[in-house]
Design a protein around this ligand. Structure first.
Ligand SMILES: C[S@@+](CC[C@H](N)C(=O)[O-])C[C@H]1O[C@@H](n2cnc3c(N)ncnc32)[C@H](O)[C@@H]1O
Length: 204
């Protein structure tokens, strides 16, 4: 049986990025939440499960100089590397739950990745990675299907982002700064309810 990682690799090898359900021409809410953190443009920022998102292109265009993109699909990251090259962008191929990150970051962004973690252990392992990677005072921006959103994404089951669950997971170590609902229109014309939040890692 193909692994989950193979599933994603096949998708990026076979389908044009503009046809993917999660494709966004402009990741405007992510950009707004990242910009709202007020970090200097040289701050190291990580996009977790970046896929072939245009977020890095747009962050680079407004001056961000130190981006790390993590995904377990080599095909996805190669597409981005083909667009952006290696200057100011690091490409890390691996499983977000296991990858040993060698650097620390001021911002961790996740759109439509955390919601694939459907059991408590996976969510807790992910949170440990976020905590290990983020400096105190660093930001965690997350966007995923809201409780009104779809139950599946890319054929896989999801656990929608219930605010109470996120508070239970992150509340001890992070402060919620912003929460915003959003509607994503897929290339196929379906409207999907998303919830975005920006958390700040507590300094003590
Ligand atoms: C729905 S796509 C979202 C891509 C991108 N964040 C965006 O908004 O366009 C989910 C992405 O997460 C990646 N992914 C899922 N689970 C992962 C894991 N455990 N480790 C690394 N990448 C993962 C997939 O390969 C895929 O690129």
């Amino acid at each position: 049986m193909a692994s989950l990682q193979d599933h994603w690799e096949e998708i990026y090898k076979e389908k044009p990025s503009v046809s993917l359900g999660w494709y966004q021409e402009s990741p405007s809410l992510s950009l707004r939440l990242i910009e709202g953190a007020g970090l200097p443009k040289e701050a190291p920022c990580l996009d977790a499960g970046a896929g072939c998102s245009l977020l890095a292109d747009q962050l680079k265009a407004i001056g961000y100089q130190d981006l790390s993109l993590v995904d377990w699909s080599l095909a996805a990251l190669e597409q981005v590397k083909g667009r952006l090259g290696a200057k100011g962008v690091q490409y890390l191929v691996g499983d977000l739950l296991k990858l040993k990150l060698e650097r620390r970051y001021q911002l961790w962004h996740d759109r439509a990745v955390f919601h694939f973690l459907i059991n408590d252990q996976e969510q807790e392992a992910y949170l440990e990675q976020v905590k290990a990677a983020l400096v105190p005072g660093g930001f965690f921006v997350v966007g995923g299907f809201s409780p009104e959103g779809p139950e599946r994404c890319s054929g896989q089951p999801v656990r929608r982002l219930a605010p109470l669950r996120l508070a239970e997971l992150f509340g001890a170590d992070f402060e919620l700064e912003v929460e915003q609902a959003d509607i994503h229109h897929t290339p196929g014309g379906t409207a999907q309810s998303y919830l975005y939040q920006r958390w700040r890692r507590k300094t003590i």
